[in-house]
Design a protein around this ligand. Structure first.
Ligand code: DGY
Length: 330
């Protein structure tokens, strides 16, 4: 029996790659940068499986050009790079990697929150560049953390893990938005489900964990930053397009809010001469929330399991579009 053909759009950890290679003929894109959409389409044209990354657009055009494609296994929990309705219409299964990156992502949300709140980017740069003149009573003053109010926008797994760290570690009171109240968060963290405007007005820290979709795109604009406290710190580890970046830059420059910590931007990478990089009160990481050895290994394992289940015609362990079950490509 011939082995299925799989295109892997970047080198992923061996934990996943070796499992895929044991069952399929694998074509791995060797470069650090992603294939262009034309090249991606060409390479997937005769494949049964695709391992995509958040930088690879899985479009209706790609699906139409890949008649044998049965499964797209996204090496990420987010899947806004995949046209899921088009995959479902073509009978192509889509998998993602939830759960395994919750702790690593919550760790980065807290790291950015601490760094922005205590002006770590600014003061470490100043120290390195000769601006550390002496111990100054008024130098690099940040904000306090203990007992303050944390606003979680999107109380899913990662929002909960972030709130847990800050509630138990720093005694923060937790407010949150979510489509429905989360009894677990209410019970375990004493958290309170509120409207976004209440959260913005009352929180000292606002941490974003919502998915990117048509309703959340541009959710944070000038009006939302105006509603926040001048001492507030804004953190985004979700997706860049949730934020109107010119509005964020204006709010940081004017002191409408105190600081921001971003792991995600629009575009990615953010150009080195981008205005946000010039602001001392903005800490920016290059989308590294899931970047630990153990987490990336676990993502690779899940990714391989989804892919192999899709190739076998089994239910995917983490199936984004189970509604495709009825018309799966054979
Ligand atoms: C994801 O998985 O969606 C992250 O953004 C990358 O790990």
């Amino acid at each position: 029996m011939s082995r299925p053909k799989v295109f892997v759009a970047r080198r992923i950890p061996d934990e996943g790659l070796n499992r895929i290679a044991a069952a399929a003929d694998v074509d791995v894109w060797p470069d650090r940068l992603p294939p262009s959409s034309d090249v991606l389409r060409e390479r997937v044209a005769d494949c049964e499986g695709l391992v995509s990354l958040l930088t690879d657009r899985v479009s209706a055009a790609l699906l139409a050009a890949a008649p044998r494609l049965r499964v797209v296994s996204n090496f990420a929990v987010g899947f806004n790079n995949v046209d899921v309705p088009a995959c479902t219409a073509h009978g192509v299964c889509v998998g993602n990697t939830p759960g395994v990156l919750t702790d690593a992502t919550a760790d980065i949300a807290v790291t950015l929150l601490l760094a922005a709140t205590r002006r770590l980017g600014e003061c470490t740069t100043d120290a390195k560049q000769g601006r550390w003149l002496t111990w100054e009573p008024l130098g690099w003053l940040g904000q306090d953390l203990a007992g303050r109010t944390l606003g979680i926008v999107g109380m899913g797994r990662i929002g909960f893990a972030t709130a847990k760290r800050l509630h138990h570690g720093w005694g923060m009171k937790v407010l949150y938005t979510a489509r429905t109240p989360k009894p677990d968060a209410d019970r375990k963290l004493g958290a309170q489900h509120v409207e976004l405007n209440t959260l913005l007005a009352e929180s000292d820290f606002v941490s974003v964990h919502a998915d990117l979709n048509q309703t959340t795109k541009g959710l944070f604009g000038a009006e939302q930053f105006r509603r926040m406290k001048p001492s507030a710190v804004f953190v985004n580890t979700s997706r860049g397009p949730l934020v109107d970046q010119p509005a964020l830059a204006a709010a940081l420059r004017a002191g409408t809010i105190f600081a921001a910590g971003l792991d995600v931007t629009e575009p990615e990478p953010l150009p080195a001469d981008h205005e946000l990089f010039t602001l001392p009160n903005c800490v920016i990481a290059p989308h590294v929330a899931s970047a630990t050895v153990g987490t990336r290994d676990a993502m690779a394992r899940l990714c391989a399991e989804n892919l192999l289940a899709g190739l076998r015609g089994d239910p995917l362990p983490h199936w984004v579009n189970p509604e495709a079950a009825g018309n799966r490509r054979a």
